[in-house]
Design a protein around this ligand. Structure first.
Ligand code: GLY
Length: 382
């Protein structure tokens, strides 16, 4: 039977995956009349994995171990991954997530997260939440204790406080200094002076404790790139129950109120218990306009391996983003000037990941050990 989007029906899909897997093969794009994929896709070992498994973005290696440990203790799949992701959210040295995340252009940390639970097909998310270091835990409360999918800003904070979460300052000293350096390096016409723009004092400078001038701060201009790091984590049980979670501090130095793909179901996170899960890290706007995570899951439903599905959506991202000249690499306009990574986990335990550029990795716990493995990619890094 044909699905509503022209895909094969789910029962037929599961059957076709099992049949192909029984032959020790993964479904091939060339069999489907599509161009053959590069070696990095065909050789992806995860496409043949079967059984319970947890995958994450490369910064989430510890999350996969924690999630699989909790799974073995009988916890729900959503709890397993939210508690796994919590490790990154609590870690001040991960400046892409939770406590210590890089702030918005006003120097305020705003976090986004979502959780999707396969067995109930429910989702919960928060966006632009301030002062709460575990947005994924709040997202799970939205999923379990409300009739809504997404709470934002003030409302999300109020909900979290009512649920018993503690308010705290999320800006670490390291993130605050990175923000100050970014501010000071912006331009010669704004009102923030870096060391080159300041006039030399005529005497010693009084070092005021607690203020920036008292810390011997040097705000010399230096390249302070935008960061789009994030943690994604998906898990599947041996019986095929799936959950997925994405958490982030979003694009560094963003316009206050900017929401990325992480809390948007279908963009940076999606899960269908009959098929699989997918998530994204990197430039969120590109995952939003391509409905990246949803599209990957739909392509797996049509019979693509997780790696192939991720690569096809990477191609879709490239095709669309190159329409905007500001996204073309000035040195090679056939390439984008940003990175984006996709991760996919299928109901039978097969997994994969793909990035725009070579050198990307992701984390997997295959039921035995947690490890970092290479992701497939579209472009060789120059
Ligand atoms: N992927 C994270 C973000 O763009 O916010």
């Amino acid at each position: 039977m044909k699905g509503t989007n022209g895909s094969i029906g789910r029962r037929k899909f599961i059957g076709s995956v099992t049949a192909v897997a029984g032959l020790g093969m993964t479904p091939s794009l060339s069999l489907l009349g599509q161009p053959a994929q590069p070696d990095s896709a065909r050789m992806a070992p995860g496409n043949n994995h079967k059984g319970a498994c947890c995958i994450a973005s490369a910064n989430g290696l510890r999350a996969t171990s924690r999630a699989m440990e909790l799974l073995s203790q009988g916890y729900d799949t959503a709890d397993c991954i939210v508690q796994g992701v919590r490790i990154m959210e609590d870690d001040p040295s991960d400046n892409t997530v939770g406590y210590g995340g890089l702030p918005n252009e006003d120097g305020i940390v705003e976090l986004d997260a979502s959780v999707m639970h396969g067995p109930t097909h429910k989702s919960g998310a928060v966006a632009g939440i301030r002062n709460i270091k575990n947005p994924a835990r709040v997202a799970l409360e939205v999923l379990r204790r409300t009739n809504h999918c997404l709470l934002v800003g003030e409302g999300a904070l109020k909900f979290a406080v009512r649920m018993g979460f503690k308010e705290e300052n999320l800006l670490t000293e390291a993130s605050r200094r990175d923000w100050l350096a970014w501010r000071a390096s912006m331009s010669r016409i704004d009102d923030w002076l870096n060391d080159e723009q300041r006039d030399a004092p005529s005497g010693k400078v009084w070092l005021e404790p607690g203020l920036e001038s008292g810390r011997g701060a040097s705000l010399n201009p230096r390249p302070v790139p935008y960061h789009t790091g994030t943690v994604h984590c998906s898990i599947v049980t041996g019986k095929g129950d799936i959950s997925s979670c994405t958490s982030t501090s979003g694009l560094s130095w963003k316009i206050p109120g900017r929401v990325g793909d992480s809390p948007i179901i279908g963009a940076g996170n999606y899960c269908d218990n009959d098929i699989g899960a997918a998530g994204a890290t990197g430039r969120g706007e590109s995952a939003i306009v391509t409905c990246g995570a949803f599209d990957i899951v739909q392509r797996m439903a049509k019979g693509l391996s997780p790696t192939e599905a991720c690569l096809e959506v990477i191609d879709s991202v490239v095709k669309h983003c190159l329409k905007e000249k500001r996204h073309r690499d000035p040195k090679d306009p056939s390439r984008p000037d940003f990175d984006l990574k996709f991760y996919a986990l299928r109901k039978d335990g097969a997994f994969g990941g793909a990035t725009l550029f070579s050198g990307g990795t992701f984390a997997v716990h295959d039921g035995h050990t947690a490890k970092i493995i290479p992701a497939a990619y579209r472009f060789e890094k120059k």
